[in-house]
Design a protein around this ligand. Structure first.
Ligand SMILES: Cc1ncc(COP(=O)(O)O)c(C=O)c1O
Length: 463
């Protein structure tokens, strides 16, 4: 089939046919996915419609991306205007006004002296850039032996090789091994299932303090950075105790190690403040953010570092090559115009306050479900980033053996609710524009789906 015929002949209604789906890789297991392919055709506000015209309530912002909702006119108009003026500037020769404006806006919105920004297209690119920045910073400041990166099991920092090496998810790593050298992992602050067998608050926050022992064993002269998501996602929305991030901050300060926050999800309002760094009252040396920054209207991510770190890259050319890192689409003017419009929308509509308010409503909704059904063992998260963990037995915290969370999540999808589901947990991350009624409807669909799956389990004798 010629290119022209392919474009002309595949009608939207036909794109679910397996012969056409065979021509594209998707993130899911493809053979399985193609049995019931979900292909979104359009979206508005907090709703998607698939190619068959079915409507879905978006309790996930796509994947924590659509911060200001779908079909947001302000962002679309900003992009249109920018397209008429400048759609691409030469990255090897400089930048463009919108990138500088967005960098300065982010410098104002991030806490402390986080101030110098590198723009990229996606989360993996900026966590990777942060790793390179940490290593190059230590070279430039007289500690060239510092190269190791400490991160956490169950974490996700991206799919490029260094960001994947920093990640701690065996399900996504093993097939790609061997990983890059120089990456170490520590246990995350999973209080509900403490890896040290302790109970908060009598635990002494071992999950944080042990990081200093790991550094001592490795030799502090070899460790460049500690990289964590303030609230870990892939382990089931791992919300640390209040002391956890401040302790990491102190350790990094003592050992001349950079603290990197991966706020790819938690940034741009998701936890009810512009950045989770504010939610937890800790300023990292480097903050990476993406997803909600452009609201999904164009690919955009940002790595923002503290002034003293940036200053190390500002020396005379004979001594200092600058930050040796770059991609073709960095600081793209269309993406940056989208980013500015998204931030304006969040600030002018006070969507941070809405995220806090609706986050409380979501929490109350999840608590209601926990009271109604005996299978919710824990509720975690902050603002509009929250999850429930399913257990077969609340007293023993025994997980289900058979992917209960996936069954519930799939049933919710059948009922028109998009959420993140895993064998043991379900997470919601709805757009920051969500109303109380929409949050209630999301919880109501989860309620219905959970009830139906439990009834079926009871009928079949499944656990
Ligand atoms: C916490 C976190 N970091 C990094 C990434 C990688 O971002 P991207 O998929 O845009 O490369 C993700 C993606 O889901 C993420 O959730």
């Amino acid at each position: 089939m010629s290119t022209a015929t392919t474009i002309d002949l595949i009608a939207e209604a036909q794109v679910t046919e397996e012969r056409f789906l065979r021509q594209i890789f998707v993130r899911d297991q493809m053979a399985e996915w193609s049995k019931h392919p979900l292909i979104m055709a359009r979206a508005d506000g907090v709703h998607y419609w698939d190619v068959q015209g079915r409507r879905y309530l978006d309790a996930l912002s796509g994947i924590y991306v659509a911060s200001v909702g779908h079909n947001n006119r302000r962002v679309i108009e900003a992009i249109r205007r920018q397209l008429d003026v400048l759609h691409f500037s030469p990255p090897m020769h400089g930048t463009n006004p919108v990138a500088v404006q967005l960098a300065n806006l982010l410098a104002e919105l991030t806490p402390g002296d986080l101030s110098t920004v590198k723009f990229q297209c996606g989360g993996s690119e900026v966590t990777e850039a942060a790793i390179k920045l940490a290593r190059q910073y230590h070279r430039l400041t007289g500690s060239p032996g510092k190269y190791k990166i400490i991160s956490r099991y169950q974490s996700w920092h991206g799919s490029t090789l260094a960001s994947l090496s920093a990640s701690g998810l065996k399900s996504r790593k093993t097939v790609n091994e061997p990983m890059a050298p120089g990456f170490l992992h520590v246990f995350p602050p999973t209080c509900y299932r403490c890896p040290f067998g302790k109970t908060y608050p009598d635990c002494g926050v071992t999950c944080a303090t042990i990081v200093e022992q790991v550094i001592a064993m490795e030799d502090p002269a070899t460790v460049a950075a500690v990289m964590v998501e303030p609230i870990g996602h892939t382990g089931g929305v791992i919300d640390p105790p209040d002391e956890y991030l401040p302790i990491l901050r102190e350790i990094c300060d003592r050992q001349n190690i950079l603290l990197i926050f991966d706020e790819i999800i938690t940034g741009v309002g998701r936890t009810g403040r512009m950045f989770a760094a504010e939610t937890f009252g800790v300023v990292p040396d480097v903050l990476c953010t993406a997803k909600g920054l452009s609201g999904g209207y164009a690919p955009l991510s940002a790595m923002i570092c503290r002034r003293p770190i940036a200053d190390a890259f500002w020396g005379p050319i004979e001594e200092n090559p600058g930050f040796v890192e770059g991609h073709t689409f960095e600081g793209n003017p269309i993406s940056c115009a989208a980013g500015i419009a998204v931030l304006r929308e969040i600030l002018e509509r006070d969507l941070l306050a809405n995220a806090r308010l609706q986050g409380e409503r979501l929490r109350a909704g999840f608590e209601g479900l926990a009271a109604k059904y005996g299978v919710i063992g824990d509720i975690r998260g902050k603002g509009l980033f929250q999850a429930v963990e399913f257990v077969e037995d609340r007293a023993t915290r025994q997980p289900f053996a058979d992917g209960f969370g996936v069954k519930v999540g799939r049933r919710a999808l059948d009922h028109g609710l998009l959420c993140r589901f895993d064998p043991n947990w379900i997470a919601f991350g709805p757009p920051l524009i969500s109303t109380a009624e929409q949050i209630d409807e999301m919880v109501a669909i989860l309620d219905q789906s959970l009830g139906e799956v439990l009834d079926e389990c009871a009928a079949t004798g499944a656990p």
